[in-house]
Design a protein around this ligand. Sequence first.
Ligand SMILES: Cc1cc2nc3c(=O)[nH]c(=O)nc-3n(C[C@H](O)[C@H](O)[C@H](O)COP(=O)(O)O)c2cc1C
Length: 356
Amino acid sequence: MNILLVNASPKGERSNTLHITHAFLDGLMSNGKHTLKTFMLKDKRIEFCTGCFYCWNNKDGKCVISDDMPEYTQLYKEADVVIFSTPVHFFGPSARLKNLFDRTLPFHVPEIIDRKDSGQRHEYRWDVGNKKIVLVATCGFYSYENNVEPLVKLFDICYGDNYEKIICPEGTLFSLEIFREFTQSYLDTARKAGVEMASRGRISDETREALIKRTFGKDDYIYLANNYWIQTDENTTPEEKLRIGVRQRTMQMSKMFDESLFPDEPVVVEMKFPELPYTCQLHLSRKGNQAVEDPERFLPHHLRLVLNPERFLAIASSRTNAKAGDKSNNVQMNIGKLTQIAVRLQKKGSSMEMKL
Ligand SMILES: Cc1cc2nc3c(=O)[nH]c(=O)nc-3n(C[C@H](O)[C@H](O)[C@H](O)COP(=O)(O)O)c2cc1C
């Protein structure tokens, strides 16, 4: 199978979406012989269509613009599967992808075919064969509704039933190691989707269902997202920046543990940063996890972690290289293990301090 990956993120290799795309590709290519070619839009020169219709006045469908479009045309023609990997930008595809689509006008002939209910079309100039199209997209908002519909509609109109889609809100979670425990299972499902696509030519209904499930609840996700941005200006000192970063990551951490694993009475994990100084407690309970910064609301700790701010921030902000099925080097899992120690300490009615 010839597979073409069009990476339409302006971030190139640093794309959130690409994590899911790679997992899907890993599954797709796990069996049999395949060739993968990547068209990284950010590194290509693709000019805007000028609307001159030279391509339609000229029966070879040639375009007047001289750029990297012929390379794409050749790759597209040769491909059996084309994967468009894009962020949602202002409810649609990235501008680069939209621009690429515009430039495929020469792929089509000028005659309008009326397909009644599914609208009017210009047929392909050449036989596109049984090309399968896959859309992989991530976005930053929590909801699909009033958000990704324009992107999906574009693909529905262009490719009808002949395409598969993996659309993941909460896309911002995919690049950070700290969220790995949550993103890992999504990546594994995306891989499974790839395996199914290779063997049956489509993603099963069960996997499609799993691919629209969210990792976090809405309120928790919005809380996490809103705590993500470090708002600083030219007057912010490096010490303040460090403090803000540490605060944001510790606040986020409270949302990272499965509340059902904790008892009703809060398990208290204290995170102490003597160099800053800053202390935050995580109150972990079946009734709801909380990050507490106000010393007046502090409870006696079960586990106290004494942390170095730089080291903590480097770990908590590190970018993930997670691949589907890869369970190694999972920082989040390690912190998860520490909270389980705290649960055991609470059961025994004791406490402990660890310097990390
Ligand atoms: C210019 C711009 C516009 C965006 N528009 C939306 C949007 O309409 N809806 C949404 O949910 N997220 C939006 N986002 C967030 C991105 O879709 C999200 O961060 C995505 O995971 C980025 O993917 P990438 O890293 O693969 O480029 C926008 C981001 C940028 C930079």
